[in-house]
Every structure is written in C-alpha cells, then in structure tokens.
Design a protein around this ligand. Structure first.
Ligand code: NOJ
Length: 718
C-alpha cells in the first residue's frame, strides 16, 4: 500500500481517527475486563467509523467481526489494529514475568514467548502490550510481578528475547505479532511503592538502572512503546519532552509508534500539568505521543488544534504515517484478519506442546528457599495432607491472565493424582488468604489433619488479585491468619513443606523461623499442579534463583541488591547494629533471601574462579573461568552468576553488580568449566556528567549470589 498517497486522500478527521484507540467493548458487546476509567463517551457507530485501533477483545471470531464492522464503515477501508495484553500467555498461561526472571533462562523465556505468539496470533492479535521491563526494587508496588527482575540485565536479555520471538523476521507473517514495550520510563520506582505515584530519580540512576531495558527491547526491534502513567521528575511521561523527544526520538532514533497508557492523555489534567483536555492533547502531541488509548481526548480536540495551527498538520501527518506504516508492515491492507482463525485457535490453544513448555517454565522458575531434609518427598509417604487456602485453588495464573484462565489450571490434587495415583490425600483449607480475613474457625481441623498425615504440603500466599495493577500494599506479611495456620500445622506435623503462591516478594521472616521447607512457586499458570507435584516428589529438581530479593521488613524497601556503598558501611555480622554506621537498630541490613539465591536437591561446589589476565586494556577481552562440581546424587541445573565491583571511581559504584549469567546442567559427580568474557563495555557506567564511560582502575569479579560472593579475583583496567 502506498501509505503517503493514502494519507493525501484522508480528511483531517480521518487522520485523527488513526490516532484514536477504543476499547472493543465501546462498540461491540463482550465480557472483557477494563483496566481503568473510560474516557468521554462517544457514540458507538461514530467510534466504529473513525477509530484506528482497538484494545481488548476476546477471540478470533470477535476480531474478525470487529474488522468487518469497521471496514464496512470506513470509506478508506483502512484496517483496524487490534491490541491485547498478552503478558504471560494467552490461553496456555505460563509463570508471571517475575517468576520467569527466576529461571535465569533466556531461551526458555523465548520458548514461552513462542507459545504466546502462536496463540495470540490465532486469536487475531496484531500488537501485544508486552514485554514490560520496568526495573522494580520495591515489593510494595503490586506490578513488580510484571517485570522480570530488580536487575536491569535480566530485563534487557529477557525483554529482547521476547521481542525477537514475538515479532519474528517478517511482521506480515500472520503468525507474528508486533510488540509494545512498556512502561517508559521508571514506572517501577513510585514513591512509597504506591502505584501511579510520582517518580523522582537522578538522570544518572535513570540511565543506569531504568532506561537500558526499554532500549534493549527497541534495539531488538520492538515496533511500539508505551509511556508510563507516572510523572518522572515532575512531568508525566506521556507529555515529557525530555523523555520522549530528547531521549526516545532523539538519542535513540526511535521511529515506531508511541501509544499512551490507558486514559493517560486525559490524566494530564488531574496530574495538574494541563489546564484542560484540549491542553492535554497539545502537550501529548508535542511530546510525540501518536495514539491516545481510550481517553478520546484526541478524538475531541485534535482536529481543532490542527485547524487553528496549534498542532502543525505536519506533526499530525507524521504520527498518522507511523501508524499506517505499522499496519502496512503487518500486511493488514492485504489481510486485515492477519492470523485470526477459529481453526488455528482450536489447534493451538492449550495444546499438549504448549502445556509442556508451560510446565517446564513453572518448574524452572520455582525457587527452593529452605529445605531441612523435607524435600523431595518420598513415595513411601502414603497419606498426604494438602492444607491451606491454595490447596485446591485454580486461580494461580496471576493478574494478567485472560478472564477464565482458571478453568484450565491443573490444581495441586490433580497434579499429585496424576503422578501418584495411590496417594491418599487429605484436603483442608484451614483459613482464607484474603486481606482482613481473620476467620480462625478452620485452624483446629487443619492441625488435626496435619497430625494424621505422613507429610503435609501447606499452601500459603496472596490471592491472585492482590498483586498487579493498582494493587500496592504497605504490609508484606502473609494476609489474614495464615501465619497462625502455619504455626498450628507445623507444630502438629513437623514434616511440612510450605509452598508459596504470590506475585511479589513477601516478608517471610516469621514463617522462615518455623518452616522446615519453603518452596516459592509465584503464580505458575496453567500447569501449576503438575509442575508442583513433580517438584515436590523430585521428578523435577528446583533450579530457580530469586530475580528480586525477599525483604526481612517493609522498612528496608526499596532494597536494590546492587546498592551503593556508603562512607560508613556496617561492619561485622549483619544481625548486630553498630551505631554511627549505615544500619537499622532493629533489623539486619541484608534481605532475608538475597537476589540470585535458590537451593537445589543436589549440591553444587564452586571449585575455582580464574581470570586469564590481571590487567586489561580497553581493547582486550578478559576470559573468566568458573569451575563447579555437582557434589550430590541428582542431576541439577545451576545458574552461574558473575558479579563486578569497581573499587574506586569518580562516582560511587554498587557493591555488587551482575554482569553475566549462564545456566548449566550437571550430572551427579560431574565437573564443568563455565566461561565468561568481560570487555571494557561491561565496565562502563554513567559518570557525574552523564557520559557513559569506563575509568582505569581496579575491579573485582566474583561468582555466587548477591551478598554471598563465593570467590573474588581482581584485575586492573589500564
Ligand atoms: C494499563 C496498563 O498500565 C498497561 O500495562 C496495559 O497495557 C494497558 N492498561 C492496556 O490494558
């Protein structure tokens, strides 16, 4: 399609329409969820005629109906762009992103993106609002579940892998889907951990910890980007000229589509940076926001602003061309349905191959936090008590799972029965997991059930809807009376493994004191029960490592593992306060479980870390070799993590910083050498003048995990 010729035939109102996005529910009946307040109402027929894109629809049949209905009404026959949040699977749900981060497995993450792409394209999705790569260091923020890690490196690598897999080589291929990376920028650092709240960050920290992941996704080819809801250093992102014009379009040269977040253009008014909706439109257009998601502010005011000359028509045309270009690249002018096909939906949704990937992902993202000889359970134990609010729960899919996802979840009893048909299961809920649910009436029965059993699996955590958008918490302990339930059950039967389902790092300090075994499952998705049963009985060996540390107390937050040193670092054992040093009087400094931590059923011994040189020039490549051995009697996977410390620089540097990782598989008794290459680029940082540089001096390299570096070697950069 000659999109420039098309543009020249379009009226002003038609051009504006290409920049308007509506909720499908605004002009077609369906059962979809709405994630925010809706904009001003516009008659459905009118919307249908002019809008350029639609978000949130249900299936291929609806995608086709929407497209047909629109094409029949649009005199230019410009197809709609259909967008959906496919964050961790469409029908086959795989673990939440924070859990996928714990897999430290970019290839597995890409496999998951592949099944999501196949299902999403069959459903008729043209653009997915994925990946979300906001660095988050504060578990109060409920959207921490949507990110891969507190560490930008994981967000960069996993985000880029998702983009490459989802978009493929050629967007016109009906099985490929365009990616919208989000939320630009620093949405994960709201004051107080409260969603939508303001973010204040120095430019240096922003560039170092927050911007790289968005950039990595754009470098991988992401075709769209979504500015975040929050104000960043005083200006909401969607109207932030520094963020949008200077960095995104200027420094990074991004020429793809910018789409606002839900209602965000209108929200410039309550933010207090626009006097009116009209003013909000002007500001968003000046910052280069192409599509207005659902607020209908562009629909109301953009044409007038162009007519009066406030917004130059050339600016409007450039935005419209970006949208038309995307439609053209997706091949929509030739094939407006793209991949939408009821037949393919039947073929791919929840097919065995997709479930197999989801199960493996759930196994590899589980983190074994503690194990005092309880796990794996022996098949000799016949009578198993499944206790706790999640014992039979189906809502184990996480905030962004599609409506109805729970219908397909394999529950824990189903998973156990599939693995151990002869096991006798005693089921007891014990208590609820809802915030404020203080009903203790089930505790006695739960304790009695525990006492009768050979072993107990105690399921605890947060209800699925307590993390996600608009779900911030100020307390991070287990909701309700779950801690009491744990005390009663463990006292009745010490052979208890606690299994956790939650969307954020919780404060488990009290639970850790009493639980003999702790397995963090996050929200594992469709294959929850199968994966968990295999982990509990040792058919699968846990290998996940924490992608975000677990605090001891809320007061430690935000709590980056790659914190800066202070002039008065705390000396000696972490559990003793030392006044006039940087410490808390009532809590150790370190997390309960640090970033990168996770146990296995086998034991890995790190034998040595060697460098092939102790000096390097800027052109050199330093080769690092880590030798490790599987000292146990089971095969297992280990994530070998490489940390850097710059001992002295012109600005304060982190006490530890992950610069690379590899996941390796070792048979019992096997020894392996793992090789890393370090170049000068990995030693760079943003200096005081915001230049990205390395500085000569001494560095340390270590392996292990955060706060527990096992071996350290020094080298000098000339
Ligand atoms: C609001 C959320 O912030 C964003 O992540 C999502 O993509 C949009 N709603 C669309 O559902």
């Amino acid at each position: 399609m000659d999109i420039k010729a098309l543009l020249s035939r379009m009226t002003l109102e038609e051009k504006v329409g290409q920049l308007v996005q509506s909720n499908a529910g605004q002009f077609i009946r369906n059962d979809l969820e709405i994630t925010g307040p809706d904009g001003e109402t516009v008659p459905a027929e009118e919307l249908n005629r002019v809008v350029g894109s639609v978000l949130t629809f249900e299936d291929a049949a609806q995608a086709k109906a929407l497209q047909d209905q629109h094409m029949a009404a649009d005199r230019n026959r410009i197809p709609l762009l259909l967008m959906l949040d496919v964050i961790h699977g469409l029908r086959t749900t795989y673990p939440i992103p924070l859990a996928m981060g714990c897999s430290f497995d970019d290839a597995l993450t890409a496999e998951c993106a592949e099944i999501a792409r196949r299902e999403a394209s069959a459903c008729g999705v043209h653009v997915t609002f994925n990946p979300m790569v906001d660095t988050a260091r504060d578990a109060r923020w409920g959207r921490i579940l949507e990110t891969y890690s507190e560490e930008p490196l994981l967000n960069c690598r996993m985000g880029a892998a998702i983009v490459r897999t989802t978009q493929g080589q050629n967007l016109a291929d009906p099985e490929n889907v365009a990616c919208c990376v989000k939320h630009y920028a620093a949405y994960g650092a709201p004051e107080g951990g409260r969603d939508y709240n303001t973010v204040e960050l120095s430019e240096r920290l922003l560039r170092e910890a927050y911007l790289p992941a968005y950039k990595a996704c754009l470098d991988a080819g992401a075709r769209l980007i979504m500015p975040s809801f929050n104000a960043l250093n005083g200006i909401p992102s969607v109207a932030n000229p520094w963020l949008m014009n200077r960095v995104l379009r200027g420094e990074w040269g991004f020429d793809g589509v910018v789409i606002s977040d839900y209602n965000a253009v209108m929200e410039l008014v309550p933010h207090g940076v626009a006097e009116s909706l009209r003013d909000a439109v002007r500001k968003a257009m000046e910052a280069g926001c192409d599509i207005d998601m659902v607020s209908n502010a562009y629909y109301r005011h953009l044409a007038d602003l162009v007519r009066e000359g406030t917004v130059p028509e050339a600016v409007l045309d450039a935005a419209v061309l970006r949208v038309l270009q995307l439609k053209n690249d997706l091949g929509l002018f030739e094939n407006p349905y793209h991949g939408a096909s009821e037949e393919r939906e039947r073929e791919v949704y929840l097919c065995p191959a997709h479930r197999e990937v989801a199960r493996r992902a759930a196994e590899e993202s589980a983190v074994l936090l503690k194990n005092e000889g309880i796990l794996p359970l022996s098949r000799e134990l016949k009578r198993i008590a499944l206790i706790g609010p999640f014992a039979e729960e189906t809502r184990l899919n996480g905030f962004w799972s599609r409506p109805g996802a729970e219908r397909y979840t394999v529950t824990l009893p189903e998973g156990i029965r599939a693995l151990l048909p002869e096991a006798e299961l005693i089921l007891e809920r014990g208590c609820g997991a809802e915030l404020g649910d203080l009903d203790r009436s089930g505790l006695d029965r739960a304790a009695a059930a525990a006492a009768r059993a050979d072993a107990v699996i105690l399921t605890l955590g947060e209800p699925e809807n307590d993390s996600g958008e608009g779900r911030s918490r100020a307390e991070l302990t287990l909701p309700g009376v779950q801690q009491e339930l744990a005390e009663r059950v463990i006292a009745a039967n010490p052979r208890t493994a606690v299994v956790l389902f939650n969307g954020r790092p919780l404060v488990l300090t009290a639970l850790e004191k009493i639980a003999p075994a702790l397995l963090e499952m996050w929200y594992p998705g469709t294959e929850a029960g199968n994966a968990l049963a295999r982990l509990l009985w040792g058919e699968a060996n846990p290998c996940g490592k924490l992608s975000a540390g677990l605090p001891r107390a809320v007061g430690q937050l935000p709590m980056p593992y790659n914190r800066m040193n202070t002039g008065r670092p705390k000396p000696g054992p972490d559990d003793q306060a030392v006044p006039f040093t940087s410490c808390y009087l009532d809590t150790p400094n370190l997390p309960l479980y640090s970033f990168g931590y996770g146990l296995s059923y086998t034991r890995f011994v790190y034998e040595s870390l060697t460098l092939d040189r102790d000096r390097m020039s800027k052109e050199d490549t330093l080769r690092v070799t880590v030798t490790l051995r599987n000292d146990g009697d089971r095969a297992g996977k280990e994530v070998v993590q490489l940390y850097l410390r710059d001992l002295a620089a012109s600005v304060v540097r982190p006490v530890q910083q992950l610069i690379d990782y590899q996941k390796v598989m070792l048979e019992p008794g096997e020894r392996k050498e793992v090789h890393f290459e370090v170049t000068e680029k990995q030693l760079r940082f943003w200096n005081f003048d915001c230049e990205y540089v390395s500085e000569p001096g001494t560095f340390e390299l270590s392996c292990g995990w955060a706060d527990h570096l096992l071996e350290t070697k020094r080298f000098t950069l000339d």
